[in-house]
Design a protein around this ligand. Sequence first.
Ligand code: NAD
Length: 265
Amino acid sequence: MNAKRDPLFDLSGQVALITGGASGLGFQMAETMAEHGASVVLLDADGPGLEVVVASLARAGAAVEGHRVDVTEADAVRSAIDRAAAMHGRLDIVFANAGINAGPGIVRPEGQLDAVDFDQWHKVMAINLTGAMLTLQAAARHMKARRRGRIILTSSIAGLQAQAQLGYAYAASKAGVAAITRLAALELAPFNVMVNAIAPGPFMTNISGGRLKQPEIAEMLGRIVPIGRVAQPNEVRGLALLLASPACSFITGTVIPIDGGIMAG
Ligand code: NAD
């Protein structure tokens, strides 16, 4: 972790906070931030999972802490972010990444309009959209005051284009994430705070109970990806680093697909 760093991607001395950091894409974001010099703060609802990844990052030499926080709980999100900023005296990078998939897509009768389950709808909205909004709001307060910062939200290609495999609630929540990314980018541009979103295609994480890791599911989804396969979690690192780094000084308001070419078609 001590190799000489390119200043464009050097995060030495910075503080990065990641929601959903205990697994999948969030863990990759955290590890990349640490490898490029940042102290990392992980927030996740999964306490035991958090302990495991905090211990593994610390063993690799990272300055890391983890806090059990459910992103749907407004006071908990605000106080965890305020505490991180106060303890470190700064907050440079925030990933609003925690999210869940839930419910089948329209390819199955249970995923079609007549069958939409509104308990599930509200749950997905609360985590994916309200949770991202609360994280964005709390992060922006600190960054505006210091007139610098990077906020990266995790949307999905399902928020940008109809994906028949994914449910209504998921699509709507991720389209919402893309919308708040653009609005916040405009509001925060005068404060030198860059706000962008990543829009992943299929990645083999633990989402949907790890479904994408099953070989037959991965193969089926791989067929809709121009590159011909689903992604490994670590393939998010380059884009995450770019959007968090000094290299992102003139990039704001974008929602960038990382999808093996799906959105090109
Ligand atoms: P994952 O399940 O591996 O990780 C998600 C993490 O979020 C977990 O650690 C989980 O405990 C945490 N989390 C869930 N609900 C939470 C809550 N209420 N409060 C705090 N933490 C909570 O899944 P992932 O694929 O790494 O998902 C990360 C993000 O990427 C999500 O927003 C997801 O919608 C998005 N995404 C994933 C894919 C994909 O194919 N994996 C595609 C597009 C978008």
